[in-house]
Ligand binder design. Structure first.
Ligand SMILES: [Zn+2]
Length: 321
């Protein structure tokens, strides 16, 4: 019987689940809304239902041949105990032993991992990082997260909390970060940060195409608005993106200098802007990292796209299975 693994990616808005083989091929997938407001029991029941559905669709309705289940969830969490500590986008969840509950309901060993670390494992084993020894994955979307792979292993740190790339200090007294500090990378280079910089500029009355694109509604300006305006030649939008990406590059240069990795893989919604992001990031790394380190490190786009979360969760299962 072929072995299979289930990955469940628990997000604040969506649950994505897949049945995967040990080579990273998705055999079946299912998903639904998280509906976090319905409470933890209802959400966990939906997670279990999607797991049963992918098992059935993959010809393993009796769950035999399913070696393990991996769950990717937003931190903070305790990977050793499989406990979700206090996820900010799942209100009311406090110290939920999620791995144990899922294991009991399905009768298959289950493991919990931080979603950014799970994504790093996915890109390392099945995506852009195949063949690397030392790889750092950074996701740039509404926030900035990361996962660090050293000598082929995920580096979790003493508390399993390592890889908080978004909360590294770039600019003292800079903009306020979601964590309460100022000038963290996430407050300077995430999609949220780019949109906020644009809104501040518009509020000052600076003429820019972004106002037109948002049809006069400043609150509708997103990172995508800034990207579109920049691509159409709007200098203010270009400046906002260049500055954000220089900060991102400074963050990546710091990581490169500390870890001397083979590769930094950049994923997440903001990286869809392509060279507009990668060119300034590579430039900053060349400028700010040690020459030997800058020469070695490849800075490349993630390969797994939207599937990275669910493949990541399933990868956690493969590694434990
Ligand atoms: Zn922060």
């Amino acid at each position: 019987m072929t072995k299979a693994y289930i990955g469940i990616d628990l997000g604040g808005t969506k649950i994505s689940t897949a049945l995967m083989d040990e080579h990273g091929a998705i055999l079946a997938r299912a998903g639904c809304e998280t509906e976090a407001a319905t409470g933890q029991d209802a959400v966990i029941a939906r997670m279990v239902d999607t797991a049963k559905q992918v098992a059935r669709d993959g010809g393993k309705a009796d769950l035999r041949g399913i070696v393990a289940i991996g769950v990717g969830a937003p931190g903070p969490l305790d990977t050793k105990l499989g406990v979700l500590t206090a996820p900010p986008n799942l209100p009311g969840w406090l110290n939920v032993p999620l791995a144990r509950i899922i294991e009991e309901q399905l009768g298959v060993p289950a493991y919990l991992e931080n979603d950014a670390n799970a994504a790093a494992l996915a890109e390392f084993h099945y995506g852009a990082g195949v063949g690397c020894a030392n790889m750092i994955y950074v996701t740039v979307s509404t926030g900035i997260g990361g996962g660090i792979i050293l000598n082929g292993q995920l580096y979790g740190g003493t508390d399993g909390a390592a890889g908080e790339v978004g909360h590294t200090m770039i600019l003292p007294d800079g903009p306020l970060c979601g964590c309460g500090n100022r000038g963290h990378l996430e407050a300077l280079a995430s999609g949220t940060a780019i949109a906020r910089a644009a809104r501040e500029l518009i509020a000052k009355g600076v003429p820019t195409l972004m106002v037109e694109l948002a049809q006069g509604d400043t609150s509708a300006v997103t990172a995508l608005t800034v990207e579109i305006a920049a691509k159409r030649g709007d200098l203010e939008a270009q400046r906002i993106i260049d500055r954000a990406m220089e900060y991102l590059g400074i963050g990546m240069a710091n990581l490169a200098n500390i870890f001397n990795p083979d590769m930094i893989v950049l994923g997440g919604g903001v990286t869809k802007m392509g060279e507009m992001l990668f060119a300034p990031v590579r430039r900053a790394v060349d400028r700010f990292a040690f020459p030997i380190i800058a020469k070695t490190v490849q800075i490349v786009p993630a390969k797994l796209g939207k599937d990275v979360g669910v493949i990541g969760a399933a990868t956690v299962a493969v590694l434990h299975g």
